[in-house]
Ligand binder design. Structure first.
Ligand SMILES: O=C1O[C@H](COP(=O)(O)O)[C@@H](O)[C@H](O)[C@H]1O
Length: 261
């Protein structure tokens, strides 16, 4: 399958976060106008949290009907509820605690001290069941067709908690899996799989900073998804890479020509 990956390169990571937040507001408002609600999958990590903080500071955030927004997560660090390293804890701090969301529409992944107990595989199965219950006949699959699914790209090309060469990135059936032995702490995580990610209408990959330059160059140069999971993340209608100039600095010239002198 040939995937068209669109690129937008911003001057720096602050501008990237603000522009991505503005883009997200528009997407949510448009989806709510068209269907009455919107669904977004959040990412953890520096760039994802930067976007949420920018959204929190954007006056246009009030254009969103927060009570008609479903939030899901692409992955979670499998830690106790409220742990500062959990992606949901960081998202709450950056944005969620300051907007009038419907708590029933905030679908955090289970914590390691939650009802599933300290078993990441059971937590993954529970989240898969929650996704399946939310999917309607119009979704034609085991997960809702998310309006936007965001993914921070790690310096090793990981997205969500799909790390190069680990079993999770090879998963073709399940929508959510437990991840064991992640090279980035914590080692135990829960993650959407590539098939679940690909159910989204739009997938946005966020990469800012010099430490993401190599990963962006590899993933955008035709690498395989097992070696470079970011290369396997694409949406049904659109796959958008949002970068800053530092993260774009090693892209092939054909993709991102240097500014002419
Ligand atoms: O651990 C994680 O890392 C990735 C990338 O994070 P970054 O700080 O390098 O931008 C993130 O996308 C993922 O959600 C998170 O669990």
């Amino acid at each position: 399958m040939s995937v068209v990956q669109q690129l937008v390169v911003h001057r720096d990571k602050e501008l990237m976060a603000q522009a991505a937040a503005a883009r997200l507001i528009t997407k949510i408002v448009d989806a709510q106008a068209a269907r009455g609600y919107a669904s977004v999958v959040l990412t953890g990590g520096r760039n994802g949290n930067g976007l949420l903080a920018a959204l929190a500071g954007a006056p246009a955030r009030d254009a969103i009907d927060w009570s008609r927004l479903d939030l899901w997560w692409g992955d979670e660090r499998f830690l106790p509820d409220g742990d500062p390293e959990r992606n949901v804890t960081q998202a709450r701090e950056a944005l969620l605690d300051s907007v009038p969301l419907d708590p029933a529409r905030v679908h955090a992944m289970p914590a390691s001290d939650g009802p599933c107990g300290p078993d990441a595989d059971a937590a993954a199965a529970a989240y898969a069941a929650e996704l399946a219950a939310a999917a309607g006949p119009e979704d034609h699959g085991p997960v809702p067709v998310f309006d936007v699914l965001m993914l921070g790209v790690g310096p090793d090309t990981h997205v969500a908690s799909l790390f190069p060469e680990l079993p999770a990135v090879r998963e073709t059936e399940r929508t959510v899996v437990g991840v064991h032995g992640a090279p980035k702490p914590p080692p135990v995580r829960v993650s959407l799989t590539l098939p679940a990610i690909r159910a989204a209408r739009e997938v946005w990959l966020l990469a800012a900073g010099e430490d993401k330059a190599e990963a962006a160059a590899i993933a955008l140069s035709g690498a395989g998804e097992i070696q470079a999971p970011a290369a396997g993340a694409y949406g049904r209608s659109r796959t958008l890479w949002l970068l800053d100039a530092a993260a774009a600095s090693r892209l092939p010239r054909a993709l991102y020509p240097p500014a002419s002198a």
